[in-house]
Structure formats: C-alpha cells, structure tokens
Design a protein around this ligand. Structure first.
Ligand code: NAD
Ligand code: MG
Length: 397
C-alpha cells in the first residue's frame, strides 16, 4: 500500500446521507484517507461527534448561532479543530492547498460556490451535488478544464456511466463510439400509484423510496422524477451527450446503475446493490478498488431485471427537464431553482404533489433564458427564478 498516496479530504455536507456514507468508507481505510475538513449547515451535535472521531483541521458550521457552542465543546474535549462559518468558510476548506480531494455533498444550489471553488483550485472533485452542475453548466465544466481538476461523478448513474466509458474519455460520444447513454431510473415510490391518487400523496409517502435511503429533497425529486431530469442535464455536462443521446430507462430493481450503448452494438453496464458507498469508494480509490462495506450482489436472489419506458404524463417534471436542456442558456438554472422552491413548499405542506410541476412549468415560461457566463449571472438567474416560483407557490396556497 506504500505506493498509494494518502488523501486528505474535505467533506462538504458531512452530516447528510452522502456525507455519512463518505465518512463510513473513509473510516474503513485510515491508511489511505484522513479528513481535512467537515461541514454542516445546522446539525452542530452531529458535526461535533464527527470532529471528535475524525480530527479534521477545520469544521464549517453554516448556522452562525451554533458556532460558539461548537467551539466550546471542541475545546472542552481537547480537540484542535478550528471552526469557521459562512460561504467563505466553505470556499476556504474546498480550495485549501492542503486538501487533496473534496466530496461535494451539500444539497441544492447552496453547494455551488464551494464546489466551484474546488473546481477552480484544481482539486480532485467528487461531485454528488448535481444541482451545482445543473445550475452552472458550461461555467463549471470550463472551470474544471482550466484548472485541470479531476471530476468524479458520485451520482450512482453517472458513476456507472463513468465506469462503462473508456479510460480517458474526452466528453465526445462520437469519438468514443458511443451511441447513447442509458440512464436507469427506479421510477420512485409512485411508479404504479393510480395517477388520480397522486394529487393527495403526502411528503412522508414521497420520501419513502423503495430502494434508496436519501435526504428529503432528493427523495421528493425521485418521486416526481425530477431527480432523473436533473440527472439527464448532469449527464449532458459530464459526458458531452446531447438530449437525444440520453435515454432514460425505468428499471425498478435499481441493480443496473446505468449503461453505455456503443455503435458496434455493445452495451456496457455497471451493476451492484443500491448502496452509495460503491460510487463513493470508486471515486475515492480510483484507479484502484477498495472494500466499501457493500454486500456482494446476489443475482440469484435478484432473479430478474425489468425495464420500462418513462411515462412523461405521469412524471411531467422529467419532460420539463428535457425541455430546459434543449432550451439551453439559463433554462436549466431556472428549472433547478423553481424545483428547489416547489419541493420545499411541498415538504412544508404548502402545495400538493402535482403542483410541483405546475410551479416549475410556469416559472420556466416567465423567466427569460439568458447566457450563464459568469457566477454572478448564474446566481442572479437563480434568485430571479426563486422569486417567480414563490409567487406561483403563493397563488396555490
Ligand atoms: P442531505 O439532506 O441528507 O444532506 C445535505 C447536507 O448538506 C447536510 O450535511 C447539510 O447540513 C448540508 N446543507 C444543507 N443545506 C446547506 C446550505 N444551505 N449550506 C451548506 N450546507 C448545507 O442530502 P443528501 O441526500 O446527502 O444529498 C446531497 C447531495 O447529493 C444532493 O445534491 C443530492 O442530489 C446528491 N445525491 C444524493 C444521493 C443519496 O443517495 N442521498 C444520491 C445521489 C446524489
Ligand atoms: Mg442518481
């Protein structure tokens, strides 16, 4: 193992679902990985516990009111972890010269600035925060190429595609003989629910995903299939595939995590139990393989794999995402912002499940598509779309 360089890792969003899975894999391999920084928005107690276990140099807590208590608790425990706060703190630990790699696992547009800071600083960047890429698109990809950052997709589908593409793939499907990428989708908890019942489903039902345990926002996105829509846009930016080269395939068992269809008729897939520690371990150890604590896949137990076409009428959010990708410019950023607002309103009981798509559609119609050529332009579009979306939400309350 002496030829494996030790990696010091910043985990953005350490207290979330992906953050916990990342720390679980890191803890299995102390000789390979140590923690440089941990960040959380609110859960100071959980962050404290993680700091005492992993002894990071920095901890960043978003909630300023909790900073003093966290500092005091760390000092009382004899810890030397320094506490920072705010977006500046997040950017600092993402771009710091002593951080070898960054796991971007903040949820939503809030993760954009720290993820972009890591990209600009040329880090090894493990990207779970798909919203950051959907929001900033070309700007993000340009930052990665300009700095020479190494971008690893953590989203299980994109990680599967990455694993199914040739080494050194250069974001050009044609040059690599790729006909299409086949993005698998579980179909979420409402794949077979009678359509007339969808209007009345509750946040608890929407968050009860059949195959994955995840944060609440992405769980609702899976229920509307906006998650797959965001992933179509994510696949466009990561792999240079056009909308017509990205086929969503509903696969309820979530065993095939995605596939690449080549011009010679070969289809290469990556399979595994649905456990995010697999893509996380893949990115952490690449190009090597390490134990992720994931149970071996038992094909006899699974016995069968099913496939269906996506139902765009049942899941209008998926159609809206394709529409935004084809429209280009700031449309994906508007889609993402409206979705974040609508999902938050649904989780708060403010609007119904079917109104999530209505809010996004109306917002897309009202906010003009502009070029997103600077971080300021991206953030301004995000803000404007949220304002429109909030008006749409209020009209439905
Ligand atoms: P989560 O809600 O469980 O965790 C989110 C983390 O981000 C927490 O640590 C929280 O403290 C932090 N956070 C929240 N708001 C913040 C803010 N405003 N500023 C700074 N930090 C903030 O979410 P998750 O399920 O772990 O998802 C994280 C990201 O990974 C999302 O973009 C999601 O789409 C993506 N992802 C998740 C999964 C999964 O299985 N959970 C799979 C694929 C992709
Ligand atoms: Mg995914």
């Amino acid at each position: 193992m002496s030829d494996t360089p030790h990696q010091r890792i910043t985990v953005l969003g350490a207290t979330g679902s992906i953050g916990l899975s990342t720390l679980n894999v890191i803890a299995r391999h102390p000789e390979r990985f140590s923690v440089f920084a941990l960040t959380a928005q609110r859960q100071a107690d959980k962050l404290l516990e993680q700091c005492l276990q992993f002894s990071p140099r920095y901890a960043v807590l978003g909630d300023e009111n909790g900073v003093a208590a966290l500092q005091a608790a760390l000092a009382a425990a004899g810890s030397r972890t320094e506490v920072l706060t705010g977006v500046d703190g997040l950017e600092y630990v993402s771009a710091h010269a002593d951080a070898d790699a960054v796991m971007a696992a903040i949820v939503g547009a809030a993760g954009l600035r720290p993820a972009l800071a890591a990209a600009r600083a040329g880090k090894k960047l493990m990207l779970a925060n798909k919203e950051a890429l959907v929001l900033s698109g070309q700007l993000f990809i340009d930052a990665v190429s300009a700095s020479g950052a190494a971008l690893f997709p953590i989203d299980s589908e994109h990680n599967a595609i990455f694993q199914s593409l040739p080494a050194g793939y250069g974001r050009d499907p044609r040059a690599a003989g790729v006909r299409r990428v086949l993005l698998t989708a579980s179909g979420g908890p409402f794949r077979t629910t009678p359509v007339e019942q969808l209007a009345g489903v509750t946040p608890e039902q929407a968050c009860a995903h059949p195959n994955w345990v995840m944060g609440r926002k992405i769980s609702v996105d899976s229920a509307t299939m906006m998650n797959k829509g965001l992933e179509v846009i994510e696949a466009h930016w990561l792999f240079g595939a056009r909308a017509d080269q990205i086929q969503v395939v509903v696969h309820p068992q979530s065993v095939i995590h995605s596939m690449v269809d080549y011009v010679d008729g070969s289809v290469i897939a990556q399979l595994g139990n649905p456990d995010m520690r697999t893509p996380i371990a893949h990115a952490l150890a690449w190009p090597q393989r390490i134990d992720a604590g994931v149970r071996a896949l038992d094909l006899f137990e699974i016995a069968r794999l099913d496939f269906e076409r996506p139902d765009f009428e049942r899941f209008p959010c998926l159609a809206l995402a394709y529409q935004a990708l084809r429209a280009g410019g700031s449309a994906p950023a508007v889609l993402n912002a409206a979705n974040e607002e609508a999902v938050a309103a649904f989780l708060d009981g403010g609007i119904g499940f079917r109104q999530i798509a209505e809010v996004i559609e109306s917002t897309l119609e009202q906010v003009p598509s502009l070029p997103v050529d600077s971080l300021d332009a991206v953030l301004a579009t995000d803000l404007r779309a949220r304002e429109h979306a909030r008006v749409e939400i209020r009209q439905r309350q």
